[in-house]
Design a protein around this ligand. Structure first.
Ligand code: AMP
Length: 146
C-alpha cells in the first residue's frame, strides 16, 4: 500500500467509494466524475502505477474481472457497448493502475477520446514503425519486468 494513494485508501476501506465488486486481487467502484452514469474503475488492490509493471501472474484474474465488470456495466446500464481505457502516466491523474469501464451507445456524444489522428506519410514509414516495435518486443521478452 502506498500511504498517500487515494485508490489504496479506497481498497483498504479507509476512503469512501461506491463499491461494485471485490475479490482477492481487485475492487471496482464508480468513478466519482463519470463520463456517463455507470462509469466504473477496476483497480488491483496492490499498488502498481501502470500496466507496464503489473505482474504477469495477476493478469488472468484481473482481466477476467474486467470481462465480468464490462458485461455487468453494459447489461445494468442498458448500453450498446463498452469502452475500456487505461491511462499510463500521460493523462493519468491517479497514479494507481485503473481500467476505465464506460458504457457506450451510438450517439452518446463521446468524442475526442482517441483523437486527433494522423496518417503515416507512406507505407515505408508505417513498416519502419511496426518493425521498431517488433524489435523492441523481442528485446523486452528477454528482460521481463517481474
Ligand atoms: P485517470 O485520469 O485516467 O487517471 O482517471 C482517474 C479517474 O479517477 C478519474 O476519472 C477520476 O474522476 C477518478 N477518481 C479520482 N478520485 C476518485 C475517488 N476518490 N473516487 C472515485 N473516482 C475517483
Amino acid at each position: 500500500m502506498s500511504s498517500d494513494c487515494i485508490f489504496c485508501k479506497i481498497a483498504a476501506g479507509e476512503e469512501h467509494a461506491c463499491r461494485i465488486f471485490e475479490d482477492d486481487i481487485s475492487i471496482a467502484f464508480l468513478d466519482m466524475r463519470p463520463v456517463f452514469y455507470g462509469h466504473t474503475l477496476l483497480i488491483p488492490k496492490r499498488h502498481f502505477t501502470t500496466i507496464m509493471e503489473f505482474p504477469d501472474d495477476m493478469i488472468y484474474g484481473f482481466f477476467s474481472n474486467l470481462k465480468l465488470l464490462s458485461r455487468a456495466v453494459e447489461d445494468a446500464m442498458g448500453s450498446q457497448g463498452i469502452f475500456n481505457a487505461i491511462n499510463n502516466r500521460i493523462s493519468q491523474s491517479v497514479p494507481h493502475l485503473h481500467i476505465h469501464i464506460l458504457p457506450r451507445s451510438k450517439g452518446d456524444g463521446m468524442r475526442h477520446f482517441l483523437w486527433p489522428r494522423k496518417q503515416y506519410e507512406n507505407m515505408d514509414e508505417a513498416m519502419k514503425t511496426a518493425e521498431n516495435i517488433s524489435r523492441t518486443i523481442e528485446r523486452l521478452k528477454n528482460a521481463p519486468t517481474d
